[in-house]
Write a protein that binds this ligand. Sequence first.
Ligand code: ATP
Length: 430
Amino acid sequence: MDKVVNLCKRRGFVFPSAEIYGGFRSTYDYGPVGVLMLRNVKDSWWRSMVQMRTDVVGLDAAILGPPAVWEASGHLANFTDPLVDCRSCKARHRADHLDDPTTCPTCGAVGTLTEARSFNLMFKTHAGPVEDAGAVAYLRPETAQGMFINFANVLTTSRKRPPFGIAQIGKSFRNEITPGNFVFRTREFEQMELEFFVPPDEAGKWYEYWCNERYQWYVDHGIDPSLLRMRPHDADELSHYSSGTSDVEFAFPWGWGELEGVANRGDYDLTQHAQHSGERLEYFDQATNSRYVPHVIEPAAGATRAMMAFLIAAYDEEEVRGETRTVLRLHHRIAPYTVAVLPLSRKDELVGPAQRVLEALQPHWMCDYDETQAIGRRYRRQDELGTPYCVTIDFDTLNDGAVTVRERDSMAQDRVPIEGLVAYLTDRLV
Ligand code: ATP
């Protein structure tokens, strides 16, 4: 874990936020390489969930919302965690995360923890210049409600009918009592959520379907199945409206942790918003001439948390010719750069052709370009960034019009004519 966190800082994946002012409470900034990787996580999700399907449409809803939304969703009343304080060291903990409810995990004192009190996790603010009750607004603690309150808008404009889904990626905010474990739990994070609306009698079938799909997505993007498991919630863990929830969990260094929850939410959300707003949130089925409130299957994932899992799963060290090689064995769709273009020397006669190779590759893939340092060190740097292919332009290139392509995991090298390079890489990057 420390090695991954260290690599993230050293190579520009993730920086502690406001670092020059001493940092700011478990918030993080995604650096030049991290922003590429996080985008790739989100793009891969969008590709699977929206682009490759005909039954899901996208949405990008507002982050700021009025209390009415959160009243209806139940978040104002129920989105709470039990908070305990240690009277001795003043540390705060989630009561439900304590191994021993009598002992403070920070200072070890016994009997110093206060009674648990409910703490609402939503960030409250004011919209407009006057900070009175009428101006209260909340930062969304999940993206899901945006899909429910737009259900009728999407239904009428997209011409979809159940079973169909609305997908959204975006920031969510929770005033977590105990953020930590790097970007696993932060107060500001990104989610990738799908609300899939189905005829009530098909809910069980679609719940199973999405549990399988979502587990498989992580496997297809390079996480070894031995690091993943699907954990169905026990009856006492389920929310009152859910008839089934399973978490996709990842073997984090400290134990199993949730990457994503797949929940069968019944008609709870649409019914709540229909009651509170007075709008009809249902589907009229012309074939049977009947109305019904669709049931919802929700796969809800964290983009930033998934990125961390991809990094941990990909991190590897191996011995190569007496030296330790650190390599991120990331799936090519997730890796920040797909190709690195490396002229063997900075001489003009190589830089010119290298630039032309770069320009030929850039329309297809995110490329890095690096002409400094010895080639071995540049390969090592790309290994640490997880770049699947390095393309080296050397003095032979000037005669044979070919380049050396080095594959990250095997370190195998191939000589490839420049005019066939795009096709060569395309074949391997499927
Ligand atoms: P947890 O039990 O870890 O607090 P949760 O069950 O409250 O998570 P959901 O409300 O189901 O989480 O949110 C869906 C997903 O959003 C989670 O599986 C996780 O990947 C991500 N997520 C939730 N809270 C955070 C957070 N504070 N920081 C980063 N990601 C988060």
